[in-house]
Ligand binder design. Structure first.
Ligand code: PEP
Length: 251
């Protein structure tokens, strides 16, 4: 069994002003001071990145952004580049979150461009994939994941210096209180790892971390983390309160 360090990542989505972000993350830093053997990450909104990054300096919690644009600079009003994220202290960036796909026209092709640009700038992408409820009910889960994964990673060059994290987030489980059953999560995670192995080889597939996301809470995290191919969690709602996020980190 490969020794993958678990990663617990919090996605705050469009929540928290700058002062609220600072207060939350200061509490979280104190609560998690004893944590060892678990990587931690917070992805606040763009507006809070610099301030949160400042609090996280010299702590064990990494900083991530929730999205980025693939171009490096120029006339792209409202967009943020990978270098701008790096300059705020980000080491990671979430790419292809289902809310970006659902509300902002993200496609497997735009995800692919963003993944390439993130890796080229030295950011570690947290690449999100997942099926909708109707896709699961109509037995399309695996074909949807195939397409998202294969088209998303097309032409990527990955190695130990250019790593990628995958987050499997069934869309029907995000913010709904429904969590995938342990056997459903394990089945998909093992499938995604085998698909990844076909493209990038076994050795990288064994190293890659596959996070589960979708209504992860303090009371369901330990069961999920007990699954052999679940290497951590991408947490939305339950990452907003430092106390509940801390409980998840201490699974
Ligand atoms: C998410 O947004 O990535 C997520 C998993 O949200 P929640 O934990 O609230 O379902």
């Amino acid at each position: 069994m490969e020794n993958r360090i678990p990663l617990i990542a919090g996605n705050w989505k469009m929540n928290k002003t700058v002062p609220e972000s600072i207060e939350t993350v200061k509490t979280l830093v104190k609560l998690t001071a004893d944590v060892q053997g678990v990587d931690m990450l917070i992805a606040p909104p763009f507006t809070s990145l610099w301030a949160v990054g400042d609090v996280l300096k010299h702590t064990k919690i990494a900083l991530g952004a929730q999205d980025m644009f693939w171009e490096s600079h120029g006339a792209f009003t409202g967009q943020v580049s990978a270098d701008m994220l790096r300059s705020c202290g980000c080491s990671h960036v979430i790419i292809g979150h289902s809310e970006r796909r659902q509300f902002f026209g993200e496609t497997n092709q735009t995800v692919n461009k963003k993944l390439k640009a993130a890796l080229a700038a030295g950011l570690i992408p947290i690449f999100c994939i997942g099926e909708t409820e109707i896709e699961r009910e109509t037995q399309k889960t695996f074909s949807v994941l195939d397409k998202q994964l294969i088209q998303g990673v097309e032409g990527l060059i990955l190695d130990d210096h250019h790593p990628l994290v995958i987050a499997y987030e069934p869309v029907w489980a995000i913010g709904t209180g429904k969590t995938a059953l342990p056997e459903q999560a394990q089945e998909v995670h093992a499938y995604v790892r085998s698909l990844f192995a076909k493209v990038f080889g076994n050795s990288l597939a064994k190293k890659i971390r596959i996070l589960y996301g979708g209504s992860v809470k303090p009371d369901n995290i330990s069961e999920l983390m007990g699954l052999p191919d679940v290497d951590g969690a991408l947490v939305g709602g339950a990452s907003l309160e430092p106390e509940s996020f801390n409980k998840i980190i201490h699974f």
